[in-house]
Write a protein that binds this ligand. Structure first.
Ligand code: ADP
Length: 340
């Protein structure tokens, strides 16, 4: 990996050196062309002046400069100068555009390779650790004489790990489906109920965490894909829990008007740097790198969230919470029909 990165860097350096050389050579040739053009003009003008003076057509330099042949020669000379300049400008612009495209492509490649590497590392970890736990549970159940309570506790742990594996596989399948053939199955749903159910599910998994609900008392009925929207809200809430201190509050808010509904998920956690607020929605993207990261994850959650929100004709944005943390701001159109 490191060697490939090093050779990529060398290649990029070499390309840049060649480009700089080309620019310098081109600048030199342009200057030379200008000088030669001027020399040719001056030589032609001199021949013309001598021949006119010999024929006694002009008396002095000032008179010569007013003659039609000299004026025509000057016009030609100026035109040639403009042509050289035009060519030079077109060449430099094409080169700059070319270099920009090459660099952009290169950076995209590097980014994609980093994401693939991150994904492989995190997925391997996410697959290996629950498998290792389940294996340990089975081993203990097989080898040891255990009390009923111990057996119950162990099976609970095993089940939790199986659920983790199941969720991972579901996320992988869903993200593959979102890329090809996802059509939201829209049903009129009380969004307020759906959100509160999600909040309750996350609360059950994190009983000590303060969870705040802020929404209208009456039902908010719009057409959504229930499974998809549940996955969106659960993902955002679970992230809010995952990326904030253990005892800090997580807030879920719903507001509705005639046109839109707005869902806010706010935490007071580590926050997301401005330059990464867009990238976190890319598939497999995680802030930081796999060696320094503390939390478990695959970088699939927000990709799934954004795809589902888009399929509903909605929009999701990230804002900074004050004094710290993140707010996920989701807007959905208040449609009661199927989106075309
Ligand atoms: P995962 O959580 O599995 O890594 P996600 O796609 O859900 O993947 O999130 C992508 C990245 O965005 C996370 O790795 C994390 O760095 C960042 N992130 C998501 N939600 C939050 C949040 N509430 N606070 C801070 N960072 C977050």
């Amino acid at each position: 990996m490191k060697t490939r990165q090093a050779s990529n860097l060398q290649l990029r350096l070499l390309t840049n050196v060649v480009i700089v050389y080309m620019l310098m050579a081109f600048a030199w040739w342009s200057v030379l062309l200008f000088t030669k053009n001027r020399d040719a003009f001056e030589a032609k003008a001199e021949v013309m002046r001598i021949s006119m003076a010999a024929q006694r057509l002009v008396q002095n330099e000032a008179e010569f400069r007013q003659t039609p042949p000299y004026l025509e020669l000057t016009r030609k000379y100026k035109r040639q100068e403009w042509m050289i300049m035009g060519e030079a400008i077109v060449f430099v612009i094409s080169l700059v555009i070319g270099v920009y495209m090459i660099n952009r492509g290169y950076l995209r490649e590097v980014n994609a390779a980093r994401q693939r590497r991150n994904f492989l590392l995190s997925i391997t970890h996410e697959l290996k650790s629950p498998l290792a736990s389940i294996r340990l549970v089975m081993d203990t159940l097989r080898k040891r004489e255990l009390t009923q309570d111990q057996i119950k506790q162990l099976s609970r742990n095993g089940l939790k790990e199986t659920e983790r594996l199941h969720a991972l596989v579901e996320d992988l399948l869903l993200s593959a489906k979102l890329e090809t053939a996802y059509q939201p199955h829209l049903e009129i749903t009380d969004l307020s109920r759906l959100l509160q159910d999600c909040l309750q599910r996350v609360q059950d998994k994190n009983p000590d965490r303060p969870m705040i609900w802020n929404g209208p008392a009456e039902p908010v009925e719009i057409a959504v894909d229930r499974t998809g929207m549940t996955s969106v809200v659960l993902n955002l809430l679970e992230n809010a829990v995952k990326y904030s201190p253990e005892d800090s509050p997580v807030q879920l808010q719903l507001q509705a008007n005639e046109k839109n509904v707005q869902i806010l998920v706010a935490d007071v956690g580590i926050g997301i740097p401005d330059q990464e607020k867009k990238q976190v929605f890319e598939k497999f993207y995680r802030v930081g790198n796999e060696d320094t990261r503390q939390t478990k994850g695959t970088g699939l959650g927000l990709y799934i969230v954004e795809q589902i929100v888009r399929a509903h004709g909605g929009l999701i944005q990230i804002r900074d919470n004050q004094p710290q943390g993140t707010i996920f701001d989701l807007t959905l159109p208040c449609t009661t029909e199927k989106i075309p």
